[in-house]
Design a protein around this ligand. Structure first.
Ligand code: V47
Ligand code: SF4
Length: 392
């Protein structure tokens, strides 16, 4: 008869493979695992083994708490000077008539449409438009802050920032200082893709490289800002490229402690130059989240971004190391719908997010961008959330 393992100690004690037993023991003893250990986890770890260990780590760090936030996105433009092969969203400047470019007034119109809503964060990210420069974005940041000072602005990837700073002929330090002073509170995790040049040169050759990406985050951390990190996985990379990517992040985090969250982003293959590459299976996806939780021992949070993964799979990740499922979004991002995600109009009310989390016996907690807890929804009835405009 097959044994049903319900805890990490049992599964590590019973695993036959010597490497997995050694690595599992390290994790149970809260010791850091090595680069090679990380690769072995991907190669040999079964879904149940990885899930049990990742859940063990998740529960000793966060118990059942599962964070979400109330946010909306602004995508200033999808016109982009770069041509990442996986991108389904951008249009080259020559084809800008097929894309969009928002003016500051148009973006403020979006911000103002949330005036009566209890959102805490605006996430601003888009293509790299050759005509939208640092002064334009500084003005945007200042105008948002003048209108709603307490709204946290998480904006711009190093891809956008690097281009803006080079065009404005300012150093990274100077550019980040100007953006921060104008109102930029933190950096999202985008633009990281896969750091290793062997893969990066094949999928996004012309944009900022790994060192540039890491240096911009490091500079932000030195200014006291927090940031996130992503990894675009499940395409042409091998397992060791994923570990290499996470290893570079783990090293920077040891140095600065400025990262909040790691977000594995599943490659979606519709309408891009990599459409011939098959998407990863849900089993690979869950293993990815679990290994991220085990490798990134110095990252407090692992996030599943539901607009990309779909809400049911995001719910499943809560048993594979994830403790955050991002936000309400309000149908304000196009990146994933254009790449073929099943979430074509991503939007969830607070009641829906809370239900999703409660259905799998976790504890829903609303957070702000930097993980200050705003409200614990454990004892709040979903029916009450639906009728209370402050809660929903
Ligand atoms: O860097 C683009 C990814 C990223 C595809 O920090 C794709 O809280 C899958 O970084 N398939 C931008 N992914 C989005 C991003 C993000 C999203 C949510 C939250 C946060 C955060 C950050 O989107 C890009 C790229 O890696 N992406 N195309 C695609 N076809
Ligand atoms: Fe441009 Fe970003 Fe798309 Fe790359 S992923 S082409 S940088 S919008």
């Amino acid at each position: 008869m097959q044994t049903v393992f319900n805890n990490a100690e049992q599964i590590v004690a019973a695993v036959k493979d010597e490497d997995l037993q050694r690595i599992g023991t390290k994790i149970l003893n809260k010791e850091r695992i090595s680069f090679d250990d990380g690769v072995v986890l991907f190669q040999k770890g079964s879904l149940s083994y990885l899930g049990a260990l990742a859940n063990y780590v998740r529960e000793y760090k966060h118990g059942n708490k599962t964070y979400f936030n109330r946010n909306f996105h602004i995508e200033p433009t999808n016109v982009c000077v770069f041509s990442c092969k996986f991108c389904s969203y951008s249009r080259l400047y020559a084809h800008r008539d097929e894309g969009w470019e928002l003016s500051i007034d148009q973006m403020m119109h979006i911000v103002k449409s949330y005036d009566s809503k209890p959102v805490t964060e605006v996430h601003i990210v888009g293509g790299v438009h050759p005509k939208l420069n640092l002064p334009f974005f500084i003005e945007l940041l200042k105008t948002i802050k003048a209108h709603r000072p307490e709204l946290h602005i998480k904006g711009f990837t190093p891809v956008e920032l690097d281009y803006m700073f080079r065009k404005a002929k300012v150093s990274t330090e100077e550019g980040m200082r100007l953006a921060h002073e104008a109102g930029l509170d933190s950096l999202p995790g985008g633009g990281a893709e896969i750091f290793h040049p062997e893969i990066r040169t094949q999928i996004c050759d012309d944009k900022v490289d790994a060192e540039g990406w890491l240096n911009i985050h490091k500079t932000a951390h030195q200014l006291g800002m927090h940031s996130n990190a992503t990894m675009l996985y499940g395409h042409i990379e091998e397992y060791w490229h994923r570990i290499d990517h996470m290893d570079r992040l783990r090293q920077l985090q040891d140095e600065t402690g400025g990262f909040n969250t790691f977000i594995p982003l599943k490659f979606r293959n519709k309408n891009n130059d990599m459409s011939h590459v098959p998407e990863s299976t849900v089993i690979e996806d869950m293993k990815m989240y679990a290994v991220a939780r085990l490798y990134l021992d110095n990252f407090p949070h692992i996030k599943a971004y539901w607009p990309m993964l779909g809400r049911k799979n995001a719910q499943l990740t809560l048993s594979f190391g994830v403790n955050d499922i991002d936000g309400t979004i309000d149908d304000s991002t196009k990146i994933y719908s254009m790449a073929g995600s099943e979430e074509q109009t991503p939007s969830m009310s607070t009641a829906q997010l809370v239900t999703l989390i409660k259905q799998v016996k976790r504890q829903p907690v609303e957070r702000d961008t930097v993980y200050n807890e705003i409200r614990d929804y454990s004892d709040i009835d979903v029916a009450e959330i639906e009728v209370n405009p402050l809660l929903n």
